[in-house]
Every structure is written in C-alpha cells, then in structure tokens.
Design a protein around this ligand. Structure first.
Ligand SMILES: Nc1ncnc2c1ncn2[C@@H]1O[C@H](COP(=O)(O)OP(=O)(O)OP(=O)(O)O)[C@@H](O)[C@H]1O
Ligand SMILES: [Mg+2]
Length: 247
C-alpha cells in the first residue's frame, strides 16, 4: 500500500482536543451500526475539513482503523493546508481516479504517518463531480471500504452551494453538521438540518465550531441550538470548549 505523509497536523490546544474527544465519544454512542459518517456544513469555511482531519486522527490514535475520504472534489484544500504528499514522490492519485475507472481501489487508499489512519485524498480538483458521485462506483467505493475499515469519515462541500453532500449522504450511516459559531445565520442552519433530515441518513448532531466560550455570542448559540432537537453541540475554540447535551 502506498503512503502519504501529513506534515502539518500540529498540536491542538487542550480545550480543542477535549472537545474533539467528546465528539468522538458521542459518535460512539450513536451505535455500533454507525460507521460511515459525513461531515458537512451550510456554507464554506465553517471548519468541516479541520474537524474531519483531527477527528480522524484522534480515532486512529485510539486504535480504530479509520479511513478519511476527501469528497470535496471541487475545492479540496486538504493537500495544501496540511502538507499532504506521497512519500514515494510519485504523483498522487485520488478518489476521482477510482470513480472514473482509472485506478483500482487499492491504488487510491493510502496508509499515512498516523498509525491506523488511512486516506483517500483528492489528487486534483474537478469542476463537476456530480456524475462521479452519482455513479455505481461511488457506492461501491464506500461499501468496499466499509468492509476494510472500522470507521469512515467523509469530508464534503457545503450544502448551500451544490448537491454533492446530499448525494454523498445517501451512502452514509449519518451526518454531522458543522456550524461556525457567531457566523452562520440560524435560518441557514435550520435549512441545512432540514435538508439532511430528508436524506436516508440521519443527522447525528451539530458541532458548534469556533465558539468564543463565555462570550455573549456563545450564549446566543446556547439558547438557540443548545436546547433544540439537534443531537449535540460543541463549543470548539482555543478557549475551553463547551459541550451541551447529548440528546
Ligand atoms: N476550531 C478551530 N480552531 C482553529 N482553527 C479552525 C477551527 N476550525 C476551523 N479552523 C480554521 O478555519 C479555516 C477554515 O476551516 P476549514 O477549511 O476546515 O473549513 P471548511 O468548512 O472545510 O471550508 P470549505 O467549505 O471551504 O471546505 C481553516 O484555516 C481552519 O484551519
Ligand atoms: Mg473543507
């Protein structure tokens, strides 16, 4: 199996690690049957990729053989942001190569420098992945990976722009909606939650990312999201995070 090195993973502040750990544990409480989970959000820049990557790393570090599939085919920044490169120096091939029938599944699954952490990267972005996402190859890829890995996390584009995430949701056991604290309008979050609820895969919960713990804006989010029927919410910032609920 080919290998990827992720150079810029860095150490997270204690509070962030603690919140991510809580998220990992709560996902475990969703039940043993939930092992293919999609991370999405309403708009760009809410922290989907950041959370997916760090949650993936954390799961792998506790010994769960975890696969991250980067499904943001249009706009993935993972490689650049986290310094991901092939250790052999060979050209990277990614999920789209498999979906387009240009590579086998074995060729696009990489071992990484995170023990137990595997990845199907986006090698280069493509303008219109709809046909690939709707193809039988996509469901085959997810199904076959489910047989090989204990947990699969999928990073996706935001819901507000394109239908990609909803197409991907059809193949997942559940989704997690990331909300950037103090930034994403409540109405948009409600629309996203509604869109996700209409898919076959349940909305497992909402992550409140980048919350300024203790601030007035955070109090606002607690009021509107914390007591709602969303699964759970997390304050997630460089300050001490908050965890509200677990309903
Ligand atoms: N909790 C956090 N603490 C610190 N930085 C964060 C946190 N969440 C996200 N970021 C940073 O915010 C920026 C946007 O995050 P990210 O790229 O994960 O968003 P995204 O939702 O995946 O965006 P896109 O929709 O464009 O793919 C990145 O630079 C990321 O490192
Ligand atoms: Mg992203």
């Amino acid at each position: 199996m080919k290998e990827l090195e992720i150079k810029q993973l860095g150490e997270l502040p204690f509070g962030v690690t603690e919140a991510l750990n809580q998220l990992r544990i709560n996902l475990g409480f969703c039940g043993g049957g939930i092992k293919i989970v999609m991370m999405t959000s309403s708009v760009p820049n809410e922290g989907k990729s950041f959370l997916t990557l760090h949650l993936w790393k954390m799961m792998a570090e506790v010994g769960v053989k975890t696969l991250l599939i980067d499904c943001d085919f249009r706009n993935s920044e993972m490689r650049r942001k986290y310094g991901i490169h092939s250790t052999s120096g060979q050209k990277l091939i990614g999920g789209a190569h498999y979906l387009a029938g240009q590579a086998s599944l074995e060729e696009v699954i990489y071992k990484t420098n995170v023990p137990n952490g595997y990845m199907i990267p986006v090698a280069s972005t493509i303008a219109n992945p709809t046909i690939l996402l709707e193809s039988d190859n996509f469901s085959r890829m997810v199904e076959e990976c489910a047989g090989q890995f204990s947990y699969i996390l999928l990073d996706t584009p935001p819901l507000g722009r394109v239908a990609d995430a909803l197409t991907i949701a059809r193949h997942c056991h559940g989704s997690v909606l990331v909300v950037r604290s103090g930034s994403t309008p409540r109405k948009l979050v409600e629309n996203s939650a509604q869109l996700l609820r209409r898919t076959e895969s349940p909305l497992l919960g909402v992550v409140l990312n980048r919350a300024d713990v203790g601030s007035r804006s955070n109090a606002y989010y607690h009021r509107y999201y914390g007591s709602s029927d969303y699964g759970y919410g997390y304050g997630h910032s460089h300050n001490k995070p908050t965890t509200n609920g677990g309903k």
